[in-house]
Design a protein around this ligand. Structure first.
Ligand code: ATP
Ligand code: MG
Length: 362
């Protein structure tokens, strides 16, 4: 087991002037499950491939434990990787697929068999060891791919969207299995996904990337409660946080007809005339049309989930029409076309600088 350090690691692809990954700095603890997340093209796979040794590092360094691996070939890094396309060898049995890397490494047959059987037990594949991959379900194949990585007992697991070939339901159950398996084995893991729900549910910590730049590394809880900037605020959370540009008023911000008190230091730090206030759908106080508080939201669509419901509406903010999402109780669902008045609950709003996007509230 080992720590993993990205020390200002940079990758500039040949023919490009802009780094695909720009001075990435993350310290991953021994045994930690770190998730890299971000939109398509933000540099997740490039970061992982640099750690694997499949991509050159043009500047900075990468360390596994105390070892500087920046220029080591992949086979000398003591890592095992699970890809999105974990192509299994179709003509080999599950057992042979799982033991293949060990066979290439010259490990003797008895030891291979023992390691494969151990891994199969952990992965619930014991009954399938003699089958060929085509006789397995998608989830079982995915577990064989995990098994191939486990038998090598690497210092670090690298996984690049390993669940994206699975259907929605299987993804949810498999992600729980992978997370609990990782905790049991205690092997440092770097996991790539573009799905923020997957990131929050699986990671000890989550690193958000955008355009090759690290935006924030934090626990899922902190990521949700204290997003570092507008990008993270909008990216983490589903439905997304409402982000509304509002004028600064005496003692707070003007949110429709109400002045919402916010952190004084946040407003003192603001350099624009407005700030952008972020409010999660579950953090509004809601009143009916009779109220004159806050913003008047016209209800367009109601998504009922049983326990609660999401109201998708529009509100006039200044001269603009703004889409808003508000969570309400499942027994208290407004009619389509009706009007709600919403005010951010005290202490539950986030304040960001409108121009730079930086978080101003603490
Ligand atoms: N071999 C390559 N040569 C040139 N540019 C590349 C190469 N591979 C990736 N890129 C570029 O580098 C950037 C980051 O790509 P990367 O594959 O790391 O993104 P990603 O976050 O994994 O995206 P996705 O979620 O779509 O897999 C993109 O702009 C991509 O076009
Ligand atoms: Mg990728």
């Amino acid at each position: 087991m080992a720590t993993v350090t990205f020390d200002k690691a940079t990758r500039i692809y040949p023919g490009s002037t802009k780094p695909a990954v720009d001075a990435l700095e993350i310290d991953i603890e021994d045994g930690e499950f770190l998730v890299l997340v971000g939109p398509s093209g933000c540099g997740k796979s490039t970061s992982l491939r640099m750690l694997a040794g499949l991509e050159d590092v043009n500047d900075g360094a990468i360390r596994i434990g105390e070892r500087d691996v920046t220029h080591l070939p992949p086979k000398d890094r003591d890592i095992a990787m699970v890809f999105q396309n974990y192509a299994l060898y179709p003509h080999m049995t599950v057992a042979d697929n799982m033991g293949f890397a060990l066979k290439i490494a010259g490990v003797n047959k008895a030891e291979i068999r023992q390691k494969v059987e151990e891994a199969a037990k952990i992965l619930d594949l014991t009954d399938y060891l003699d089958r060929k991959p085509k006789a397995l379900s998608g989830g079982q194949r995915q577990r064989v791919a995990m098994g191939r990585a486990i038998v090598r007992e690497p210092q670090v697991f690298l996984m690049d969207e390993p669940l994206s070939n699975l259907d929605a339901k299987l993804r949810v159950s498999t992600r729980t299995q992978i997370a609990s398996l990782q905790r049991r084995l205690g092997i440092t893991t770097v996991y790539v996904t573009h799905d923020q729900v997957e990131a929050l549910t699986m990671g000890d910590r989550v690193a958000v990337l955008k355009d090759g730049l690290l935006q924030q590394v934090d626990t899922p809880r902190n990521m949700y409660d204290r997003p570092a900037n507008l990008f993270v605020a909008g990216f983490i959370g589903s439905p997304a946080m409402n982000l509304v540009e509002v004028p600064i008023a005496d003692g707070g911000v003007k949110f429709g007809n109400s002045v919402v008190p916010v952190d004084r230091d946040a407003l003192a730090a603001a350099t624009d005339k407005t700030v952008t206030v972020g409010v999660r759908p579950e953090h509004f106080d809601v009143a009916g049309a009779e109220s004159d508080q806050g913003l008047a939201v016209t209800v367009n669509v109601v998504e009922e989930l049983g326990s609660d419901a999401f109201v998708y509406g529009t509100a006039k903010v200044g001269d603009e029409t703004k889409d808003l999402v508000v969570r309400v109780g499942g027994r208290n669902v407004p009619e389509k076309g009706s009007t709600l008045h919403v005010v951010p609950r005290p202490g539950e709003s986030h304040v960001f600088a409108t121009s730079s996007g930086a978080r101003l509230s603490d």
